[in-house]
Design a protein around this ligand. Sequence first.
Ligand code: DOR
Ligand code: ZN
Length: 429
Amino acid sequence: MSSLTLRQATILRGKNETLVDIKVVDGKIAEIGSLSAEGRVIDLDGLLVLPGVIDAHVHVREPGASHKEDFRSASEAALAGGVTAFLDMPNNNPPTTDHERLAEKRQLAAEKCLVNYGFFLGATPDNIQDLNAIENVPGIKVYLGSSTGNLLIDDLGDFASIVAETSKQLVLHAENEQLLRYFDRVHHDSAMHHLIRDNVAAAVSVAEASLLSGRFNKRIHIAHMSTKEEIDFLRAHKTPLTTCEVCPHHLFLDAEFFKEHRTYGKMNPPLRESASVDALWKGIEDGIVDIIATDHAPHTHDDKETDYWAAPCGVPGLESSLPLMFDAALNGRLDLARLQKIMSERPAEIYRMNGKGRIETGFDADLCVIDREGQTHLSNDTQRTRCKWTPFDGLSLKGKVVKTFVNGELKYDDGQIVSDVPACEIEFA
Ligand code: DOR
Ligand code: ZN
């Protein structure tokens, strides 16, 4: 039996902060209160402890493109960003569309992933029954618009049959492919990503998916919402079957960033005009947005140092997500209770992760310790992602992740990775 006591931790109870000791036994939170020290003792001196961030949208790139990222480099970036679990997307080369591909990923992660993990499966027009039979996955990813990789469901009838037949949570890349092609034709000469992938392509796709979800009584999760039009649609029509996420790059950057940085600001869906950015923040405030997820999509400098048309889409985000959101909280844009909810509690609820997302007795000791007085300097030079850049290069933020615990084990401490013990595949109920 291994035991650890975190003394003098500030945690949130509802909206209130309270000073407690946390006893961890065999990787789980055993007791919270005013406790006698037992086993290893770490004195936190009043530092804030949050449940570790759960990033439900990450592209690890292994297998197929481990020069961009692998499970070790992605999980080191995660630890530095206070992320204790992530869900990996299936658009690898080859894509994760069957049991064999999943088994391969499971083995790679088991050897070297330092944070807890789960794997989405990728829908094709004819694999849904096979995917239904696969156990312990958070859900099935459906690409309704084309992006990195070759997964695509661009026929609405094919999508309807996936919704009708699935027994799992669906996660949607919701951009209508026919409309993407139309706007590409119309705006081709502009080489402006947000015009070529117009807001309406995203909103129409969300509307179609939402109606099909209601028709077949199936749960859908809208990935990376980026537009005012999507928020407006969900404000009017969101049902208990629908959940949605927003990425930090869509909250902290806009189309002006793309104009200045071009390929480094190219991702799908695109950076939008400021009206959409404002609508996303309002969507968080009003409780329309369920979770923050990064869509961490590393591509190397070499990949990006080319023209607009040739460059792949995507930006890294694992390391900067909590620092950006925490700084926003300190600046009064959201309160810490909401931050904890949308970055840890709700992702665990939506994907039914046993024992995750809360600081409560019986839950896994996946924890992140933050020094509110500290500062985070985001810089290309210090990024742990293998792609070695961040769209937030040069930004200084209030607050600093100082320790990250995974399954009760201290893995990141004061800027260093201090344990290379692999973590676990998450259990999905
Ligand atoms: O920008 C993106 N990058 N959007 C996606 O849909 C895929 C991702 C990637 O895998 O590169
Ligand atoms: Zn993605």
